[in-house]
Design a protein around this ligand. Structure first.
Ligand SMILES: Nc1nc2c(c(=O)[nH]1)N[C@H]1C(S)=C(S)[C@@H](COP(=O)(O)OP(=O)(O)OC[C@H]3O[C@@H](n4cnc5c(=O)[nH]c(N)nc54)[C@H](O)[C@@H]3O)O[C@H]1N2
Ligand SMILES: Nc1nc2c(c(=O)[nH]1)N[C@H]1C(S)=C(S)[C@@H](COP(=O)(O)OP(=O)(O)OC[C@H]3O[C@@H](n4cnc5c(=O)[nH]c(N)nc54)[C@H](O)[C@@H]3O)O[C@H]1N2
Ligand code: SF4
Ligand SMILES: [Mo]
Length: 684
């Protein structure tokens, strides 16, 4: 029976790596999608979605969408492919796998994936099971939230903040290292509701961007100095006796140690480190210390620094000082995946790994892995990711991808920069074509996605691809010859998470979305998942892991060879490198721009709008200069993970970023980056 809707409006889910995980409402006319909006009935989406996903039909029906498997016929890095059949593709992939395994062992095969599609089955389901069974090298998927989640968990136990729907009761929002208006628009909708009742919104960032303009107040600080600012706030709050002693005694561990540390961070010292005037530190601290409920949205920007884990760990200590966690609308949120955690073991089956000690390779060090790993990586299998744009230190990554003796397979919807280096390219379905389960890392709803159209061309979902590959390799049919519905039921079968009680495949089919915990979440402090069961202002676990047990500020580690700090975040119209190939969205973003302070531009004799060369020891690229007051002197910002386009002069910004790992969780350090800026035609 056809899954395609001919005429009418149906529900869907947004599959992209965005906290909002919206419910969608998709209109078909004569079998084609003509309109995509937010589902008005979805409790968090409330009918609104971002401009990107309103253009998703341009993505689904894009003339360059991959519809057939391809084999490379020209040099790596160029676009020369021939069409082949799935049978030929499977034959080549499985015979290369077998050859590599017999010569080098299965650890010479490396999967490389992230969350291009957040669906549980397609992002961390059948694929993981397949690579575990194969015995491939493990991939440490630490490119996004690893450092911050680890830092947050040292204080709070897990990725567990407050339910964002409760933030309508908040009186003070600190939006900290988060470009909320672009990256979590439904949190701005909830904050707007709170604002109607008198709430104030303060944005703390290194870049005056859309979120700063929307907020009531902007606090501009130097990159990587936020732990000092948070400790300065604690200094004032403790000095002025604004703490909630009863809460601290009952629910925290190590307050005395933290207070001693905070005593060192006077507003004057904090000004010297952060660039935020001491009077502003005082004012912010007193406001935070005297406003209840207050809420901190901790963004992902903070953790992409050398000291990012500790920054997030430190900020997450703040709400406990004034006893916010059990006040309705009070607390903080970095991520909320704890609430809807599924039975990962059951679907991913790590127990199938033939050698549990098989090596793990960091996805943040792909360049080094492809060029230096011993034994070497001989096969790279990419899906749900575009490492030739998103991974740091691109010159190394691309040198690795260009290796003639590396066999690369990429499964995607488009011929991305990564596909250009691939031996076999496989066409992926869009999520509209798949049955899948979605959880959010921000709100608390689980959503079932029923396919609303037939697969286009010869596209296959990740689930189908890895299932079929497993069967070609004669893996156990009872583990691999299963349906999507079966795996969704396995995922939901989680004794470890009582909040999923009653949430089954069948129940989701009837309801479309269901909230973890229903509408009766236990009080925050009744379940603090740290080792001590208390909020750990002092963390013995950190000490055990060789980290300072008490919050502190440490400077960024990049050597001072070059004069500027460059922050390279995402932009408004793309999701990472997804959507970067859509004309309309590209036009909205114009081109890759480098924001510089007017004083720096003047000192260097550079003019607004001119082409400049940005360089460091890792590489160089060109961009157009935007001069103004949006960044502090000595700081640069560029936004967007643009695909390489030689004609338009676009290059991947990750040419400049380091493979160095952050202080915690093996996180990436995309923002701890030193560069120099020259006129584009300057000789070196
Ligand atoms: N439109 C859009 N939405 C997205 C994405 C996208 O690409 N585009 N990507 C999605 C993904 S995968 C993620 S992880 C999230 C990321 O979204 P966010 O959580 O918003 O994180 P970033 O945009 O990386 O960085 C947030 C802010 O941190 C600032 N920043 C950088 N360094 C520092 C610092 O040292 N201190 C402070 N205080 N601020 C700093 C940056 O200027 C930026 O404004 O968004 C998701 N949503
Ligand atoms: N300089 C710098 N670099 C960064 C960041 C930054 O802020 N600055 N952000 C980092 C962060 S937070 C993240 S999360 C990563 C994101 O990095 P990636 O996860 O690589 O994200 P995308 O660039 O969106 O690439 C996802 C790819 O998956 C494909 N895809 C979508 N759906 C499917 C599917 O169902 N099946 C298959 N096989 N493919 C599919 C898309 O077409 C797209 O090409 O980038 C990181 N890189
Ligand atoms: S990208 Fe984010 S805001 Fe846009 S529709 Fe998807 S989940 Fe919603
Ligand atoms: Mo991310």
């Amino acid at each position: 029976m056809s899954k395609s809707v001919i005429n009418g409006t149906v529900k869907s889910v947004c599959p992209f790596d965005c906290p909002d995980t919206c419910g969608l409402s998709v209109t078909f006319e004569e079998g084609k999608i003509t309109k995509v909006t937010g589902d008005a009935e979805h409790p968090v989406t409330r009918g609104a979605i971002c401009n990107k996903v309103r253009q998703i039909n341009d993505r689904v029906y894009h003339p360059e969408r991959l519809l057939y498997p391809l084999r490379r016929v020209g040099p790596k890095g160029e676009h020369s492919f021939e069409r082949i059949s799935w049978e030929e593709a499977y034959e080549e992939i499985t015979s290369r796998m077998k050859g590599i395994i017999s010569e080098y062992g299965a650890s010479a095969i490396l999967p490389y994936s992230f969350y291009g599609n957040m669906g549980v089955l397609n992002a961390e389901g059948m694929d993981r099971r397949f690579f575990h069974r194969l015995g491939a090298s493990q991939l440490d998927r630490a490119i996004c939230n690893a450092a911050g989640s680890t830092g947050y968990a040292y204080t709070m136990g897990a990725s567990k903040g407050i339910d964002p729907e409760e933030t309508i009761h908040t009186k003070l929002f600190l939006i900290w290292g988060c470009n909320l208006v672009s990256t979590n628009m439904h949190q701005t909708m909830l904050a707007t509701e709170a604002r109607k009742n008198g709430a104030k919104v303060i944005h703390i960032d290194v870049h005056r961007n859309r979120t700063s303009t929307w907020a009531d107040q902007f606090i501009h600080l130097r990159p990587g100095t936020d732990a000092a600012l948070a400790l300065g706030m604690m200094h004032v709050i403790i000095r002025d006796e604004l703490t909630d002693q009863a809460f601290l005694e009952q629910f925290t561990l190590g307050y005395e140690d933290l207070a001693k540390q905070a005593a060192e961070y006077t507003p004057e010292r904090v000004e010297a480190i952060t660039g935020v005037p001491a009077a502003e530190v005082e004012e912010l601290s007193r406001l935070y210390g005297t406003t209840t409920p207050s809420f901190i949205r901790i963004g992902n920007g903070l953790q992409h620094h050398d000291n990012g884990g500790m920054i997030v760990r430190t900020i997450s200590c703040l709400p406990a000082l004034t006893g916010q966690w059990d006040v309705r609308g009070g607390g903080a949120m970095k991520g909320n995946s704890w609430y809807s955690r599924l039975n990962g073991e059951k679907i991913e089956r790590p127990d199938l790994l033939p050698d549990p000690a098989v090596r793990t390779i960091s996805m943040n060090q792909l360049g080094d892995a492809l060029l230096d790993a011993a034994p070497p990586v001989k096969m790279l299998f990419v899906y749900n990711s575009n490492p030739a744009v998103v991974a740091p230190d691109q010159n190394r990554v691309r040198e690795g991808l260009a290796r003639e003796d590396l066999f690369t397979v990429t499964h995607d919807l488009f011929l991305t920069d990564t596909c250009k280096y691939s031996d076999i390219v496989l066409p992926a379905t869009s999520h509209f074509e798949n049955l899948d389960l979605y959880t959010s890392y921000w709100h608390l709803y689980l959503q079932l996605h029923q396919p609303i159209m037939e697969p286009m061309g010869e596209c296959k979902s990740n689930f189908t691809l890895f299932k079929e590959l497993a069967l070609k390799l004669d893996f156990e049919p009872h583990l691999f010859d299963i349906s999507e519905q079966q795996m969704i039921s396995e995922a939901l079968d989680s004794e470890n998470n009582p909040l999923l009680k009653g949430i089954t495949f069948e129940a989701l089919q009837a309801n479309t979305w269901m909230k973890a915990g229903g509408n009766e979440l236990p009080s925050y402090t009744s379940m603090i998942p740290t080792p001590s069961g208390k909020i750990e202002l002092y963390s013995a676990k950190m000490l055990m892991n060789g980290l300072p047990p008490i919050p502190n500020h440490t400077p960024l580690r990049e050597p001072e060879t070059y004069p500027f700090w460059l922050t390279t975040g995402p932009n408004h119209s793309f999701i990472n490198s997804t959507f970067a190939n859509q004309e309309k969205l590209q036009k909205l973003e114009k081109e890759p721009l480098l924001h510089m302070h007017a004083d720096d531009a003047e000192a260097l004799g550079l003019l607004n709008g001119e082409r400049v060369k940005i360089r460091n020891d890792r590489g160089e690229l060109e961009m157009t200069l935007r001069v103004g007051q949006d960044v502090l002197p000595g700081v640069l910002v560029t936004q967007g993970l643009w695909w390489e386009d030689k004609k338009k002069g676009h290059q991947a910004v990750n040419i400049l970023t380091p493979q160095r790992l952050a202080d915690m969780g093996g996180g990436a350090t995309f923002f701890s980056n030193r560069v120099e800026v020259l006129k584009a035609d300057a000789a070196q």
